[in-house]
Design a protein around this ligand. Structure first.
Ligand code: PEP
Ligand code: MG
Length: 324
């Protein structure tokens, strides 16, 4: 399927209105890296680090992780890689960790909450990342940050790790960007100071959508009621983009929906300029983006919203058909 898009692989994803969207890829394994070249992705917008923790029966060692992250950066050849720190709990349970008996794991002890309460693993992972960079630029993103303070604490752990590396005489990254995933509605309402403080944000639409609609992402029965092209969800995306533009905070979207062409076009119309998706989605998303005028897409969304429609899917589909 990738071959159909070979001729646009190295072209920018520029819509008819002239707006260019940066398309990045999601990855989680070393084996994903060749796709960086094959798909035409501009970088790795989300590198999920939990896979290395999930495929074994004990915690990986720092040296193993450092070597793996280093090889990821080698393969990226200078393209930006956003390393997301360990996101475990909820649907991702480590076989060698004591199982938590939680009634609602998705709302439970997971991701950065684990990293802050049991800082040993986060510290080890941050050290591995700093060593892997070996003087190159490093981008770190903390998952499931629900309030400003959690970001401050996680970043303090990174600052501490940097000081330690420095004291040990290790070479530090030439530049470090520190961001957070916006996966809980609460973070969209964080104080301005938070938006000014983060280097960047990335919307984790899979989680954000489940909490926005209070519908379990693993539960097909309830999930299917809520369309990602629901006008309320699109308004929420627009609100987040507006907040970020006030503070000039770079914002991207890295949930599964970014890889669906119609969704991607609607998110772009709401103002998102960076989308990260599985590599095979880049061709189809780019192909549709190049055919649309985002101002027209926005008008379709606004009209549907004014008419009280629940989802804009039919109207956008009609607009796309009208393009011929
Ligand atoms: C998300 O929640 O949208 C996301 C990208 O993270 P994950 O799917 O790994 O929870
Ligand atoms: Mg998530």
């Amino acid at each position: 399927a990738q071959d159909r898009y070979t001729d646009i692989r190295h072209k920018p994803a520029t819509a008819l209105c002239g707006t260019t969207i940066s398309l990045q890829m999601n990855a989680g394994l070393m084996a994903d890296l060749p796709s960086l070249e094959n798909s035409g992705a501009e970088g790795v917008g989300l590198f999920r680090t939990e896979l290395q923790f999930l495929v074994r029966n004990q915690f990986p060692r720092r040296s193993e992780l450092a070597s793996l992250y280093g090889r990821v950066l080698d393969a990226a050849q200078g393209k930006r890689v956003v390393f997301r720190t360990l996101d475990i709990g909820s649907d991702k349970v480590l076989p060698y960790m004591k199982p938590q008996d939680e009634p609602n794991p998705a709302l439970g002890w997971r991701a950065i909450r684990v990293g802050l309460d049991k800082p040993g693993v986060l510290r080890m992972q941050l050290q591995a990342l700093l060593r892997a960079a070996n003087g190159r630029a490093l981008t770190v993103m903390f998952p499931f940050v629900a309030q400003y303070e959690e970001f401050t604490q996680a970043r303090a752990a990174l600052t501490k790790a940097i000081k330690r590396e420095e004291a040990l005489g290790h070479i530090l990254p030439e530049n470090i960007e520190v961001g957070a995933m916006l996966e809980t509605p609460s973070l969209a309402f964080a104080p301005d100071a938070f938006f000014e403080d983060v280097d960047f944000l990335s919307i984790g639409g899979n989680d954000l959508k489940q909490f926005f609609f209070a519908a379990d992402r693993e539960n097909e029965r309830v999930r299917k009621r809520y369309d990602s092209l629901n006008v309320s969800f699109l308004s929420f995306m627009e609100m987040i983009v507006d907040r970020c533009s006030k503070t000039q905070t770079p914002i991207s979207f890295c949930g599964e929906d970014a890889g669906k062409p119609i969704e991607a076009v609607c998110f772009a119309a709401m103002g998102l300029r960076t989308l990260s998706m599985r590599p095979a989605s880049i061709g189809p998303v780019k192909s549709l983006l190049m055919r649309v005028n985002l101002a027209d897409v926005k008008k379709v969304i606004e009209t549907a919203r004014a008419e009280g429609k629940m989802s804009v899917r039919d109207d956008i589909a009609a607009y796309i058909r009208s393009l011929g």
